[in-house]
Design a protein around this ligand. Structure first.
Ligand code: RUQ
Ligand code: CUA
Length: 660
């Protein structure tokens, strides 16, 4: 029986492979045909994405950088890259992870991690609307959640998630950003321990984490975790409106396979959506039902006043056990290995995108509550009632496409679902489940994004497709072709392709927001008088060089177009030289950079009013130039200086000067 199932699964995979091959070649045919060239992209399309020189885009798009670990900011509709925000990976352009101030941001319980894989940006919301305050994003490999401050477009905080492996179902927000969530994709031994992998089914556990967000400061803390069976928890979205108070997570591998998952995790006809009642969880916590469980994780916070990050060691989490907390968790059976889970703007419909299913399953929140009230259970697994499928189902979008992954909404009663295998987006009517339109993507779309498309009030003018394969869409650049997104106009009955544009890394999810919700809050400078950096020099008079054993602290300033001091002598081979460099400018868009010849480091780029520190251990005697790395004025080339390095045992006196 097992063997027959295996053969069946293998057959399914072969069919899928054939379909994929077929699609790619028909994509090529479509592209070659005149209809494609003229039909899809003729007329005024170019003018609809054209943003004239000096004009602004209407929307910001925050697109994950995938395996680059970063977050890229684009303007829409132009598709112009505005900024790469370093989050989980070092970035020499901004000295992120190289400056002393930012190094603590990348500390984890495994030590300094210079890289991660970032998948899902999620904007903060107030009353279910994107509010332009913060953007959260998950670190997938070493489980973490980051918060980016949208006044500065800098990473402000990173918290590690213990008892988790592959933080994929993260960091989706609740309606008022009460919480962002984190679910383990890979179940791991709980507690983590040295056990045989074939003990998976009983020694491994799934964990879903709720991270509380301070409504004023944005600061995060892990409020509680819920212990679940060892499935793979893939994606999440929270309820809104009537379903506010609940968060839904998809799962696959309810078979609990620990090897060859492509077969072993594709056996069950239905997997589960885990529905967590987080308001109930708060009640149980208040009753003291949370278990204090030792945990080892880091919480890194960047302080804007000191311009410095600190990494804090955390030792405890509160864990809730479903069998002790009735009503906390329910399972909703959902065909078949669901990937994305998406809640419509009203909060009534919960879409489970079953990636191996031909149909799209939509559950009803009202039905779910009725099924809970009437105890319509199929069975109970590890204390969690499994609701009857027919009792929670709202409807299915029939034969919509192959390989549904993700759904977004336009706020006009329509859903848009990406289909990876048939490489298309299908537009359908919420409530009647009829297919209204379909459009090809080039090729193999993963996520799609409508600004606010997972909020209560989508700003449904454009839609962005994020594709996994680009093949022939761009000039070849060696074995790897650029990653890519595609922009569609969705204001009419038919979706219309407007633009292809390259992205950094692999674009997974994205978020979009109208520019007016961010622009007015954007910071232009850091005020020098508010700078509380311990090594700040607020004027040239305050600059100095201080030796403390082998440590040398240089309190340096920069202003158009010189450093103070610009001549330094008395540094010795083997010293640890800290350049604490303050940019005295108080003008918008005037950073200065700093780098010394022979640095085993990046340069630093210091914003107006900010202090940053870069360390240097000189290894050879000589006189080394340093210079400003950012073209800042007509005399930028003159913005330079020298540092003299003497032998370790020399008696060269420590001195510094400017203009002498
Ligand atoms: S995933 S292609 Cu990392 Cu969000 Cu669905
Ligand atoms: Cu300062 Cu160039």
């Amino acid at each position: 029986m097992k063997f027959i199932n295996k053969i069946k699964s293998v057959l399914t995979l072969i069919v899928i492979a054939l379909i994929v091959a077929g699609i790619s070649s028909c994509g090529q045919q479509a592209k070659d045909s005149d209809a494609f060239r003229k039909g899809a992209l003729s007329s005024d399309v170019a003018s609809r994405v054209y943003v004239a020189p000096g004009e602004y885009d209407e929307f910001y798009a925050f697109v994950s950088g995938g395996f680059s670990g970063q977050l890229a900011v684009y303007g829409l509709p132009s598709g112009r890259l505005l900024r790469v925000i370093p989050v989980f990976s070092v970035d020499p352009e901004k000295a992120y992870g190289f400056s002393e101030e930012t190094k603590p941001m990348l500390e984890t319980s495994f030590g300094f991690q210079p890289w991660d894989d970032a998948h899902h940006p999620e904007l903060s919301q107030t009353d279910g609307n994107t509010d332009g305050r913060w953007c959260f994003i998950n670190g997938n490999n070493t489980p973490r959640v980051a918060r980016i401050d949208l006044t500065t477009f800098e990473t402000a905080e990173i918290i590690e998630i213990p008892n988790s492996g592959g933080n994929h179902s993260s960091p989706f927000t609740t309606e008022n950003t009460e919480y962002v969530v984190a679910g383990t994709r890979f179940s791991v031994p709980y507690p983590q321990q040295d056990v045989a992998i074939n003990t998976y089914a009983d020694k491994f556990k799934g964990m879903l984490s709720f991270i509380k967000v301070n409504p004023e400061s944005g600061l995060m803390n892990i409020e509680f975790q819920v212990l679940l069976p060892a499935f793979d928890y893939d994606l999440a979205h929270s309820g809104k409106g009537k379903s506010h108070g609940w968060t839904f997570f998809t799962s696959y591998n309810t078979e609990k396979a620990s090897t060859l998952l492509e077969v072993g995790a594709s056996q069950n006809d239905k997997d589960f959506i885990a529905a967590i009642n987080w308001k109930k969880a708060e009640e149980y916590l208040a009753q003291g039902k949370g278990h204090d469980v030792p945990a080892n994780y880091k919480h890194n916070v960047y302080d804007e006043a000191t311009h410095m990050a600190t990494s804090n060691q955390m030792n405890m989490v509160k864990v809730l056990l479903p069998e002790e907390c009735p009503g906390l968790v329910y399972f909703l059976p959902t065909p078949k290995s669901p990937h994305g889970i998406d809640v419509d703007p009203t909060g009534e419909y919960i879409v489970g995108n079953g990636k191996l299913s031909a149909d799209l399953t939509v559950h009803s929140f009202t039905n779910m509550i009725a099924a809970i009230d009437n105890k319509e259970y199929d069975t109970i697994i590890e204390g969690i009632p499994v609701l009857k499928f027919e009792k929670v189902l709202a409807g299915t979008v029939k034969a919509a496409g192959l390989g549904p992954l993700h759904t977004e909404f336009d706020g006009r009663g329509n859903g848009y679902t990406s289909f990876f295998i048939s490489s298309e987006i299908v537009k359908w009517k919420v409530g009647t489940w009829e297919v209204l339109d379909r459009v090809s993507t080039y090729y193999s779309i993963g996520h799609l994004m409508i600004p606010g498309g997972d909020s209560k009030n989508p700003q449904g003018k454009y839609m962005v497709a994020m594709n996994k394969i680009t093949k022939d869409r761009y000039l070849p650049t060696g074995p790897e072709v650029t990653q890519s997104a595609q922009l569609f106009d969705i204001t009419g009955d038919k979706m219309e392709l407007l633009l292809d544009f390259p992205t950094i890394g692999e674009p997974h999810y994205a978020q979009g927001i109208s520019a007016d919700r961010i622009v007015s809050k954007s910071k232009k400078i850091y005020k020098l008088e508010e700078n509380e950096h311990p090594y700040v020099a607020k004027s040239e008079d305050a600059t100095k060089v201080v030796r403390d054993g082998k440590d040398v602290h240089v309190y340096m300033t920069m202003i158009r177009s010189h450093f103070s001091p610009d001549n330094i002598e008395g540094i010795k081979v083997g010293d640890k030289v800290y350049f604490h460099v303050t940019n005295l400018e108080q003008d918008y868009d005037v950073p200065h950079g700093f780098s010394v010849m022979g640095f085993e480091n990046a340069e630093i780029l210091v914003m107006p009013g900010q202090t940053e520190t870069i360390t240097w251990i000189p290894s050879r005697i000589g006189v080394y130039p340093f210079y400003c790395t950012d073209f800042c004025s007509a005399l930028h080339q003159e913005m330079q200086g020298y540092v003299r390095v003497s032998a370790a045992n020399s008696t060269t006196e420590l001195k510094w000067s400017l203009g002498e």
